[in-house]
Design a binder for this molecule. Structure first.
Ligand SMILES: [Zn+2]
Length: 347
């Protein structure tokens, strides 16, 4: 389920913690919504690792994977997990906080309270690995490959003197995560983000604390617009990470063999004879309710559609009369091709 409000996610997190024997404490001051931190009292090793998710409130796949990981019970490593960094953004299903702040651009400033809390958690222990979990939009695909990027990774650069470098161990871990997911799902798209240095982003800042850091961006997969299968695969990759003292020896080479992410992807090309129109996934939360559908892409230059669907002429004409269709409206049409399309949209 793509949207749940903060209290529902909190309820699920607490339920999972109880089941898996994890402890939760609140890292936020009492005047703010809680920032829950999960730790396990009896990990196999004392070595510390950290993962956090939902700095952006409309990116829940990392949360889903972490909740499963928590429910599973005692981890091998001493993980600190922060599954919901942006409580007000979660309620609004928005990238930004309710004050309009992008928390992933606040690494080197005082405030707001959410990024301050994450920073102090990151500074309290000598973590040997940090995973910064995000979702990416479906416009991203591996350059040259017409399938969405289901997993894009980045070993963020760190400044050494005046030169930006990608630390070897972070690169090897990033490549390992991608490799392990690809072993499970070779049919999905895998890419890396360009290594441009963004000083205000958390990944770069944490890397400069000398913690090997990986930014993980999960996306959609064909037939998995809700990212449920991608979330399950991310959970399995987390389990595999927890089973390894060190990154896979192929990780580094795999990282540099990955294509870069290109950003001209488009979810659907709908065709009727020689006519074509291009559509992308669309979702919004209004009045506390989640609505999904498709939105027409107006500029069609050099788009890479992932799926081409042939529809009858009459259905094509109906569809192209409007720029946005909700899933419910598509279901309500008489056209079976449009109802089939509705069935694969996120919910
Ligand atoms: Zn994000």
């Amino acid at each position: 389920m793509r949207y749940q409000n903060f209290s529902e996610r909190t309820r699920r997190l607490h339920e999972a913690a109880q089941e898996g024997g994890w402890e939760l404490h609140n890292a936020a001051s009492p005047e703010y919504l809680p920032i829950w931190v999960a730790t396990h009292p009896q990990p196999e090793y004392s070595r510390s690792r950290i993962a956090w998710a939902m700095m952006h409130g409309n990116e829940p796949t990392g949360f889903e994977a972490l909740v499963q990981f928590i429910r599973r019970g005692a981890p091998a490593f001493n993980w600190t997990l922060v599954p919901m960094v942006n409580p007000t953004g979660i309620d609004a299903f928005s990238r930004l906080t309710v004050e309009g702040v992008d928390l992933n651009r606040c690494a080197r400033q005082a405030g707001p309270s959410e990024s301050d809390a994450l920073k102090s958690i990151l500074q309290t222990s000598r973590y040997e690995l940090a995973l910064n979990l995000h979702d990416q939009r479906s416009i991203f695909h591996p350059a040259g490959i017409y399938t969405p990027s289901s997993l894009s990774i980045l070993a963020p650069a760190a400044m050494k003197g005046s030169v930006a470098v990608q630390p070897d161990r972070a690169v090897a871990w990033a490549g390992s995560l991608s490799l392990w997911m690809r072993e499970r799902r070779p049919d999905w798209g895998y890419a890396r983000f360009d290594e441009s240095y963004y000083p205000t982003a958390f990944g770069e800042w944490v890397q400069e604390l000398d913690i090997p850091t990986v930014t993980v961006e999960t996306g959609v997969a064909l037939g998995d617009a809700s990212r449920a299968e991608v979330g399950q695969a991310l959970f399995e990759v987390l389990c595999r990470t927890d089973a390894h003292l060190s990154p896979d020896e192929q990780g580094r080479a795999h990282y540099f063999n990955l294509p870069y992410n290109a950003s001209d992807g488009c979810d659907f090309e709908l065709k009727s004879g020689t006519q074509s129109s291009y559509w992308k996934l669309w979702e919004v939360v209004q009045d506390g309710g989640y609505v999904s559908g498709i939105e027409r892409v107006e500029s069609v230059e050099d788009l890479c559609p992932y799926q081409c669907i042939e529809v009858a002429h009459v259905d094509f004409n109906l569809l192209t009369q409007r720029p946005i269709w909700t899933t419910a409206e598509l279901y309500a049409t008489a056209a079976s091709s449009l109802r089939d399309l509705a069935a694969v949209l996120p919910r």
